[in-house]
Design a protein around this ligand. Structure first.
Ligand SMILES: O=C(CO)[C@@H](O)[C@H](O)[C@H](O)[C@H](O)COP(=O)(O)O
Ligand SMILES: [Zn+2]
Length: 196
């Protein structure tokens, strides 16, 4: 087993995908940053959700809004829906795992808020139900997906934003999702602080 060769391949694949995806993703990422900054400036908040690595991404994003990214600014309103073990276990136990995010969206979401829905396959039931709940609350959705967007692609509305990574490997898609999240944080900071 030539581990060095495998590592070189991972680095090469990841770097190539990032460069290849830039043309397709720059416009929807910029649009998502505009929607999110408008929402935050209007006293709205951003809810975020996902499973596994995408749960970590949802938390990563909300912590960079609540605390800071790279520029000094006031904290921004964001809640990751994957963090409260009492809420998550009681919803999964009493109802169904597919409702762990949607019940939180219904309880916490208001018209004008934004849901950042993260799924590499686009097919995770609990993320799909969260999107349905956001629409029912008149919230906009920013979907971060891959694999063609799966069922989430069919669910999104015209005023939602779909950032779909053109890849099939979960790991590679997640790597572009993290870069996208940092672009969103930077875009939000620039728009809110009026950086030229
Ligand atoms: O991080 C990884 C694999 O890299 C996994 O934990 C992955 O996030 C989980 O399998 C998720 O359940 C996949 O869900 P999704 O991205 O398809 O919505
Ligand atoms: Zn970060």
């Amino acid at each position: 087993m030539d581990l060095i060769a495998r590592i070189s391949e991972h680095f090469g694949d990841s770097a190539r995908l990032k460069m290849d995806a830039m043309d397709a993703l720059a416009v929807p990422i910029a649009l998502a940053a505009e929607h999110m900054s408008e929402c935050l400036l209007a006293d709205g908040k951003i809810l975020s959700c996902g499973n596994g690595g995408s749960a970590a991404d949802a938390q990563h994003f909300s912590s960079e809004l609540i605390n800071r990214f790279e520029m000094e600014r006031p904290g921004l309103a964001a809640i990751a829906l994957s963090t409260d073990s009492s809420t998550l276990t009681s919803i999964a136990n009493d109802y169904d795992f597919s409702q762990i995010f949607s019940k939180q969206v219904t309880a916490l979401g208001h018209a004008g808020d934004v849901l950042l829905a993260i799924s590499t396959s686009g097919n995770s039931r609990n993320v799909i139900e969260a999107i349905r709940a956001a629409h029912a609350r008149d919230m906009r959705v920013v979907a971060l997906t891959g694999n063609g967007g799966g069922q989430i692609d069919e669910l999104l509305r015209d005023d939602d934003v779909h950032i779909c990574v053109p890849a099939t490997s979960t790991a590679r898609i997640q790597e572009v999702h993290l870069l996208t999240i940092h672009c969103l944080c930077d875009g939000i900071d620039c728009l809110i602080l009026g950086v030229e």
